[in-house]
Design a protein around this ligand. Structure first.
Ligand code: ADP
Ligand code: MG
Ligand code: ZN
Length: 491
């Protein structure tokens, strides 16, 4: 066998921290305001204006780090990263360089190989080395309008300039596009979970760059290409797969790879050169003279930690233990904090963790998904779902009727009891009433009764069917079975 190609991926994530104001001034971070309305001398880079660090950005940066199990350095230094670009009026970005907020961490994620259709085959843990998590400011936005080369205008909107970011960089530890996919989902969920960031890739408040290279197993790392414009995890996955095939193609046909930045073009399904990295940037980093070192005390970290909710992985493990859920059930129910809260509330009201998990995973999530809603916006409240499950457990309606009732609850927002009442669906569980139906059926079928007593036990099912029919399908089958057995034995 010839030595196979191995894929090497390292990821850089920029997550916008959910502060109300910018990292070094008091301007609002609100999205969608009139261009350049949320600006001041500091974020416009006017001479003489001085930055002041936003405490909330540090808190949320700490939340982000802790949600990923990272250690926070007691002292970190802000540095100037110098480069010229129209959306960066100061001519430098305030970032962190040799003494970042957090460094040398490790993060365990769950990752799965997938089949052709992308369905996970088996989940396994994998540890990713986190090079660093540092705090920095975002740049503004260049907006282009009109046709290239004909009637083209470029505008600059500095509302985003100075928005706080956490940049999270990994070692080149990923070996497949799916591992990278599972990692980004892990980080995204963790940041959302603790409220550090909205982490929405489509809205651009979580941006991801993938560094990709290939090598023959056992050889040195190959030339890497940086992929940008990855606006969803799906896009990122496709872009990496494309890029790996492209690189192998170039190398196998005897070519050489350039270290460059390429953009993913989702429509064309390919990556395209954006800029060559040959003339490597020299950012001339130096410590920011206008900001003192950032000191984060153990007490501060403890305070942030004690304010945080139970983390997603811990909650998944607890769900598996406390509620006897499978890995797959528990993972899905902890995919979002609002869903996990919803589930636990439904368990509380129904007293039935197993059934609550089933109804949520099958029927409820399907309805939520097709309505494009998260659990926190569900028209069926968790308490109502719990009460609904209780009605099924008590035999008031059958599981089959339950499906219709739940759809109706979702559509109207009414609770289960009201719908059952309205539609006259209530299941008949009253033993006396069922016994009288049984008596009627036995009396109406003397021949079958004779055969049954002569030993034809298969007729039991026939009697059950007749009783169900006599009740117009409303009798509780469990009670019918029980009572019928007792009656026939007594005869
Ligand atoms: P740059 O200075 O070009 O940004 P860095 O060394 O800072 O490069 O690395 C940036 C990212 O690229 C990191 O996530 C790192 O793990 C990843 N990386 C570095 N070398 C490789 C490689 N040969 N193949 C894939 N990823 C790599
Ligand atoms: Mg880079
Ligand atoms: Zn400002």
């Amino acid at each position: 066998m010839t030595n196979a190609w191995e894929t090497i991926i390292g990821l850089e994530i920029h997550a916008q921290l959910s502060t109300e104001s910018k990292i070094f001034c008091g301007c609002s971070t609100r999205f969608g305001d009139e261009p350049n309305s949320n600006t001041c001398p500091v974020c416009l880079g006017l001479p003489g204006a001085l930055p002041v660090l936003n405490r909330r950005a540090v808190e949320l940066g700490a939340r982000a780090a802790l949600s990923l199990g990272l250690h926070i350095n007691e002292q970190s230094i802000f540095s100037r990263k110098n480069y010229f670009y129209p959306d960066l009026p100061k001519g430098y970005q305030i970032s962190q360089f040799d003494k970042p907020f957090s460094a040398n961490g490790e993060l365990e994620i769950m990752t799965a190989e997938r089949d052709e259709a992308g369905h996970p085959i088996e989940w396994v843990p994998k540890t990713i080395a986190i090079t660093r998590l540092h705090l920095e400011e975002d740049a503004g936005k260049n907006v282009h309008e009109g046709l290239p080369d004909i009637d083209r205008y470029s505008y600059i909107d500095l509302n985003r300039a100075g928005t706080p970011l956490a940049e999270i960089v990994t070692e080149p530890d990923f070996r497949t596009a799916w591992e990278a996919y599972d990692y980004v989902n892990h980080v995204r969920r963790a940041l959302q979970w603790v409220g550090a960031s909205d982490a929405d890739m489509e809205k651009g408040n979580l941006r991801c760059e993938a560094n990709v290279s290939v090598r023959k197993i056992g050889e040195e790392l190959g030339t890497k290409v940086e992929l940008k414009n990855l606006n969803s995890v799906r896009f990122m996955h496709r872009a990496i797969e494309f890029e790996v095939r492209r690189q192998i193609g170039v190398l196998e046909s005897g070519g050489r790879l350039q270290q460059e930045t390429r953009l993913w073009d989702e429509r064309a399904g390919e990556t395209r050169v954006m800029r060559s990295k040959e003339e490597a940037h020299d950012y001339r980093y130096f410590p920011e003279p206008d900001l003192p070192p950032l000191i984060v005390s153990a007490e501060f970290v403890q305070g942030v930690r004690s304010d945080m909710p139970e983390l997603p992985e811990a909650r998944r493990r607890r769900f598996m233990e406390q509620y006897q859920l499978s890995f797959s059930d528990a993972s899905q129910l902890t995919s979002e904090r609002s869903l996990a809260d919803y589930y636990e509330k439904a368990v509380e009201t129904s007293g039935n963790p197993r059934t609550a998990a089933n109804w949520i995973r099958s029927e409820l999530l399907r309805e939520l998904e097709s309505a494009g809603l998260s659990a926190s916006l569900s028209p069926v409240s968790a308490a109502d779902l719990g009460a609904f499950i209780k009605l099924i457990d008590e035999g008031k309606i059958s599981g089959k009727q339950g499906k219709d009732v739940l759809v109706e609850m979702f559509r109207t927002g009414k609770n289960a009891a009201a719908i059952i009442e309205e539609q006259g669906m209530a299941q008949l569980s009253d033993a006396t009433e069922i016994e009288s139906l049984i008596d009627q059926v036995l009396a109406a079928n003397p021949q079958q009764l004779e055969s049954y007593r002569a030993g034809k036990e298969s007729l039991f099912g026939f009697f059950v069917g007749q009783v169900m029919k006599a009740s117009q399908g409303k009798a509780n089958p469990k009670v019918v079975n029980e009572r019928l057995k007792t009656k026939l034995q007594a005869l």
